[in-house]
Design a binder for this molecule. Structure first.
Ligand SMILES: [Zn+2]
Length: 285
C-alpha cells in the first residue's frame, strides 16, 4: 500500500498539522519583514523583554493557550494574530487537502496559500506587498504551469478559456503557460488601470505597484478566468466592508488595503472558483 492510498482523512489531518507549523513560520515573516529583521536569525524572542522563546513554548496555538497569550518571563501580551495566522493556515491547508486529495496540486495549492497569507497580513499592518514574496511567487506559478499543466485554472477543463485563446490543439504545457501569462497580464493590467482610475477619481494614491505585482503572481497561478473572479470577489468584499466600517465616519477615513481583499478573493477562487463559475454558467443555460 503506497502513501497516497492512505484515507483522505489522514491527508487532511497531516495537512492541517503542517499548516499549523508553517503558519508559525509565516508569523515570523509577517512580524519581521516590515521592521527589516532577518527571517532566520536570531531565533524567536519576546518583543518586549527579548527573552528567547523556548522550543516547548513555540508549539503552534497550544503554547499560546497554555501561556494565556503572554510571555513566560515578562508576561507581556502576545498578539492574537499569532494563533490566528496558525489556525488560518492549518484550516486552509486542510480544506485544500479535502478538495485536492494527495498529489502535486495539493503541494502547489498549499504553497500558494502560504504566500498569500503573509501578503494579506503585511498589507493589513503596513500597507505594503513585499516583492520578495510576489516575484518568486510569479516564478513558482509559471514553473508549476510548465511542469504540471492542468493543475489549476479551468481553461482546459471547461474548454472555454483554451478555446478563446486559440489553444485547442496546442500541447498541454504550452496552453498552460499561455493561460498563466494571460492571467498575469490580465491581473496585473486590471490592477494597474484600477489604480490610475482611483487616483483620478479620489485624487489620491490608492493602489500601488504592490497590488499590480501581487495580481501578476495570483493571475499566473490561477489563469485568467479565476483571476477575473478574484478581482470581482475582492471588489465586492471591499465595498461591503468599506460601507459597513465607514458608517458614522467620513468615507475617506476608512481604508483597508486592497491587497487584503485580493488575497481573500485569490484563495476563495483557488479553492472554490471552478465550482462557482460552473454553477453560474449552469444558471445561464
Ligand atoms: Zn517577554
Amino acid at each position: 500500500m503506497g502513501l497516497t492510498d492512505a484515507p483522505l482523512a489522514v491527508w487532511i489531518i497531516i495537512s492541517a498539522l503542517l499548516g499549523l507549523v508553517i503558519g508559525s513560520f509565516l508569523n515570523v515573516v509577517i512580524y519581521r519583514w516590515p521592521i527589516g529583521e532577518s527571517i532566520v536569525f536570531p531565533g524567536s524572542h519576546c518583543g518586549s523583554c527579548n527573552a528567547k522563546v523556548l522550543p516547548y513554548d513555540n508549539i503552534p496555538v497550544v503554547s499560546y493557550l497554555v501561556l494565556g497569550g503572554k510571555c513566560r518571563s515578562c508576561r507581556a501580551p502576545f498578539s492574537i494574530r499569532y494563533p490566528a495566522v496558525e489556525l488560518l493556515t492549518g484550516a486552509l491547508f486542510a480544506i485544500a487537502a479535502a478538495i485536492d486529495g494527495p498529489g502535486w496540486k495539493l503541494v502547489f495549492d498549499c504553497l500558494f496559500i502560504a504566500m498569500v497569507i503573509p501578503l494579506v497580513f503585511i498589507d493589513a499592518a503596513v500597507r505594503l506587498l513585499p516583492a520578495v514574496i510576489t516575484v518568486p511567487g510569479l516564478g513558482i506559478a509559471l514553473l508549476s504551469c510548465f511542469f504540471f499543466p492542468k493543475l489549476v485554472g479551468m481553461s482546459q477543463k471547461m474548454g472555454g478559456g483554451g478555446f478563446v485563446l486559440g489553444l485547442g490543439t496546442s500541447p498541454d504545457w504550452y496552453a498552460s503557460l499561455v493561460n498563466a501569462a494571460a492571467g498575469a497580464t490580465l491581473g496585473g493590467g486590471l490592477l494597474f488601470v484600477l489604480g490610475i482610475a482611483y487616483e483620478i477619481v479620489r485624487k489620491r494614491e490608492g493602489m500601488g505597484l504592490g497590488d499590480v505585482s501581487m495580481m501578476c503572481f495570483v493571475g499566473a497561478y490561477l489563469g485568467w478566468e479565476l483571476t477575473l473572479l478574484t478581482i470581482l470577489i475582492a471588489s465586492v468584499a471591499g465595498s461591503v466592508v468599506g460601507v459597513v466600517a465607514a458608517r458614522g465616519r467620513r468615507i475617506d477615513e476608512f481604508q483597508v488595503p486592497f491587497g487584503v481583499f485580493l488575497g481573500v478573493g485569490a484563495v476563495v477562487s483557488m479553492l472554490a472558483g471552478s465550482r462557482m463559475i460552473g454553477w453560474y454558467l449552469g444558471l445561464m443555460q
